[in-house]
Design a protein around this ligand. Structure first.
Ligand code: TGC
Ligand code: FAD
Length: 409
């Protein structure tokens, strides 16, 4: 929950309200006891950073649909880029649980801020770390980890979203380079990115991954405008018109859709944790409001219907926390399956969206304003429900896993 104050505003613009972040963590089942001191320290550092750097400005940037790009450096400093990638390669050298709790704290601030970190760490650094040559790793990863380079991930195309295997973006062999043609759509960070990890089909029809650098002739990144969701995150296209990509920029071994999907598994894992943060912020705000707002001579929280909403919220949050923790334990052992990650992403994002809607109701009319974070979270979560595989695609992945029957083919 936030309290109004005085803002410095964005340079050159009228002043807007600044928010004081009163958030208190909620841990009904003492899940914290399952975390190590390292996890809790990492989480505390990110929570402090979010309170100081994100909460005071996020409503303002969301209103203006501007990305607070100055936060990229801070995200790097708190270790939000590739927390579980080895330090030698620019990451944090921590485990998967630490990665999860960091994403949760970031998304408690805003899903768009978590997106900035998810894309950089899981969709740009991770594929380079996993699939690039040693020379490519050393060329890109330290600068990505420090925030000196910003990256983006191009899989979705205008005509191919849920079914990336049908993509038409393609490369053709041309001596010491490939010639890249096509377009990618809905790409987080693309207009500000120094480089893009791009997936395209080679002449045999195999999907290949490559690093495309800003400045390569024929490569442009127009911004997509008009989003009502994830407004503090910048989104754009990637357009390739006969772009000459040197062969050393193409990942040498990995071929097929499992390349990009393995990166999505990493990012979806982070979202399964992150969405709990947005839910916690909505619950925290609703709980506080329900004790302060008086109607019919008593606080809203004293009405049974309000208590039902709040009790169900913390029950669902607790279930999601336990699901994420168990997924983290499996991931630390390298045993989390893509289908298990799908289940957690789907459940936890849907849970967060439902909680945002209930929290909005508890706030009454005030719930639609920027005095409280719930409407912003709710709008953001509509994107989170869709990107990284939609709610229904993840259901079908679970369906395929339990029946052995493929609904996609
Ligand atoms: P299918 O035949 O099932 O699989 C092809 C190959 O991939 C393997 N595989 C995976 N490998 C690693 N991780 C996963 N999660 C994997 N899922 C599948 C699979 O075993 C197979 O391997 P092999 O060796 O047999 O070749 O592929 P399909 O074409 O039938 O598609 C399946 C489907 C629909 C599940 C898949 O296409 C899918 O997940 N679609 C959703 C697309 C999606 O999630 N797009 C996200 C774009 S990026 C994004 O949204 C970033 S948002 C960033 C932010 O701001 O945070
Ligand atoms: P479609 O695939 O057209 O789906 C439309 C609807 O049809 C959905 O409800 C879907 O569930 C349903 N549907 C589709 N197939 C089936 C089926 N077989 N059975 C039942 N229902 C089905 N992509 C990137 O590559 N990189 C990024 O950085 C990135 N960032 C994004 C940021 C934002 C803000 C947004 C909104 C999207 C981003 N995406 C990114 C794209 C995102 O991953 C896609 O939007 C998503 O995968 C869905 O694709 P689509 O929008 O084309 O929807």
């Amino acid at each position: 929950m936030y309290e109004p104050g005085i803002s410095k505003g964005i340079q050159g613009e009228p002043q807007r309200k600044v928010k004081t972040d009163l958030y208190e963590h909620h841990d009904y089942y003492m899940v914290d006891e399952l975390l190590s001191d390292e996890h809790k320290m990492a989480r505390a550092a990110v929570r402090d950073w979010v309170k100081q750097e994100v909460s005071p400005i996020i409503e303002d940037y969301s209103h203006r649909s501007q990305c607070p790009t100055h936060l990229f450096k801070g995200l790097a400093e708190i270790g939000a880029f590739g927390p579980s990638i080895p330090t030698k390669y620019g990451g944090g050298g921590m485990d998967e649980m630490a990665y999860g709790v960091i994403m949760q704290e970031l998304e408690r601030g805003d899903s768009g801020i978590r997106s900035m970190a998810s894309v950089q760490g899981s969709l740009v650094m991770y594929p380079i770390y996993r699939y690039a040559s040693e020379a490519q790793k050393m060329k890109y990863l330290p600068k990505l980890g420090s925030g000196e380079f910003i990256g983006c991930f191009g899989l979705t195309e205008p005509d191919y979203g849920s079914n990336p295997s049908d993509m038409i973006t393609n490369i053709k062999d041309d001596g010491d380079a490939y010639i890249l043609n096509g377009a990618k759509m809905w790409i987080t960070n693309s207009p500000v990115a120094d480089l893009a990890v791009v997936w395209a089909k080679d002449e045999s029809g195999a999907i290949r991954g490559m690093v495309v650098e800003r400045g390569m002739k024929g490569f442009s990144t127009p911004e997509i405008h008009g989003k009502w969701s994830l407004r503090a995150s910048i989104t754009g296209e990637l357009v390739f018109e006969d772009v000459r990509v040197p062969k050393e920029n193409v990942f040498p071994e990995i071929k097929g859709l499992k390349g990009p999907l393995s990166c999505l598994s990493k990012a979806r894992y982070g979202i399964a944790w992150g969405a709990i943060g947005a839910a916690l912020d909505c619950y925290d705000s609703a709980l506080r409001y329900s004790k302060q707002r008086i109607q019919f001579g008593k606080p809203l929280g004293q009405f049974q219907l309000t208590q039902k909403k709040l009790a169900e919220m913390i029950t669902e949050i607790t279930k999601a926390q336990l699901l994420a923790w168990r997924l983290g334990s499996l991931a630390n052992k390298g045993e989390a399956t893509p289908a298990q990650i799908s289940m957690a992403k789907r459940n936890n994002v849907h849970m967060a969206l439902e909680i945002a809607r209930e929290a909005r109701q508890i706030h009454g009319g005030m719930g639609i304003t920027d005095e409280y974070p719930v409407m912003r979270h709710m709008m953001n979560l509509e994107t989170v429900l869709t990107y990284e595989g939609t709610h229904d695609i993840h259901l079908l992945i679970t369906g395929m896993d339990i029946t052995g029957l493929n609904a996609f083919k």
